[in-house]
Design a binder for this molecule. Structure first.
Ligand SMILES: N[C@@H](CCC(=O)N[C@@H](CS)C(=O)NCC(=O)O)C(=O)O
Length: 257
C-alpha cells in the first residue's frame, strides 16, 4: 500500500491524519503545502480536492478528502496493529456523534483565534484588492475570510469562539466521566479523541491551557494524548504555530483575551 498525504505541518486537520498513519505504522510520503501562499488553491491541487483545503490522502491512486473521512477510511482499510473504532455498534455511534460535535464546535471555533492571532499579519500586509481576490478564490472559506477581513475578527467573535471552546472542554469532561476515562469512550483511544486532539493542542500552543485547569479529567486526557507513541512523530518540529510565528510566543496570552 502506498500513501501520499497532501497536508501542512501546522494544519489541525492534517495532524489528525498524520496521527492515525503514525499510530498504524503506515509509511507515507508527505507533500507539504504552504497555505498562506495559496498552494491549496492551485488547479492541480483543486483537481484532487475541490474544497481547496488540506488534507488529501492518495492511497494507491484513490483520493480521499476530509480529515474525519480519511481517518475513518484508514481505520477501515488498516485495522491492525491498532484500531480506533470500537466494535460495539452503540459505542461506534457515540464515537461518530462526538466526531460531528467536534467538527462543528471546537474544530470550527479554533479557526477564529488561529486566524486572528497567527495569520492576520500576512493578510494585513495585502492590499484590499489582493485580499479580496485571495478570499474570492477559496471554494470553502470565502465567506469566512470576508467575515474576518484584513483587520481580523471583532472581539465579539473571539469571545464567541472561546465560549464554544469552553463548552467543548466541559462536554469532554462529562464524556470522560460517563465512560470512566481516561479517553472519551473509556479505556481505549478512539477516532473521536484523535479528531479532538489538534484543537486542544492548538489552544495550549496559544497559551490557553489554563482554560481547562479546573477540569482534571480533561488535563489527564491532554497528558495521555501527548504521551501516545504517535504524538511526537505527528507534531514534528514546525507543527506548532508558535514555532512558525515567533510573534505568538510573547503575546499569545494577552492577545487571546
Ligand atoms: N473539513 C475539512 C476542513 C479542512 C480545512 O479547513 N483545512 C484547513 C487547514 S486545517 C485549510 O486547508 N485551510 C486552507 C484555507 O483556508 O485556505 C477537513 O477536516 O479536512
Amino acid at each position: 500500500m502506498s500513501f501520499t498525504l497532501y497536508n501542512a505541518p501546522q494544519s489541525t486537520c492534517s495532524q489528525r491524519v498524520r496521527f492515525v498513519l503514525n499510530a498504524k505504522k503506515l509509511p507515507f510520503t508527505e507533500v507539504k503545502l504552504d497555505l498562506l501562499a495559496g498552494d491549496q488553491l492551485k488547479p492541480d491541487y483543486l483537481a484532487l480536492n475541490p474544497n481547496g483545503v488540506v488534507p488529501t490522502l492518495d492511497h494507491d491512486g484513490a483520493v480521499v478528502i476530509d480529515s474525519s473521512v480519511i481517518i475513518e477510511y484508514l481505520d477501515e482499510i488498516a485495522p491492525n496493529p491498532v484500531t480506533f473504532t470500537p466494535s460495539e455498534p452503540t459505542l461506534r455511534a457515540r464515537m461518530r456523534s462526538l466526531m460531528r460535535f467536534i467538527d462543528e464546535m471546537p474544530a470550527a471555533a479554533v479557526r477564529v483565534p488561529t486566524f486572528n492571532l497567527a495569520f492576520l499579519p500576512r493578510f494585513a500586509a495585502m492590499s484590499e484588492e489582493e485580499f479580496l481576490a485571495f478570499a474570492e478564490s477559496k471554494p470553502l472559506r470565502k465567506e469566512f475570510m470576508l467575515a474576518m477581513g484584513r483587520k481580523g475578527f471583532p472581539q465579539k467573535d473571539m469571545d464567541g469562539a472561546m465560549q464554544r471552546l469552553r463548552r467543548t472542554y466541559e462536554r469532554m469532561d462529562a464524556e470522560i466521566e460517563k465512560s470512566g476515562g481516561p479517553w472519551l469512550l473509556g479505556a481505549d483511544p478512539s477516532l473521536a479523541d484523535i479528531a479532538l486532539m489538534p484543537a486542544i493542542v492548538r489552544m495550549a500552543d496559544l497559551g490557553r491551557e489554563a482554560d481547562w485547569q479546573d477540569l482534571p479529567r480533561v488535563q489527564r486526557w491532554y497528558e495521555a494524548i501527548r504521551a501516545h507513541a504517535a504524538f511526537a512523530p505527528t507534531y514534528y518540529p514546525g507543527s506548532l504555530l508558535t514555532e512558525r510565528f515567533p510573534h505568538l510566543r510573547k503575546t499569545e496570552k494577552q492577545a487571546a483575551r
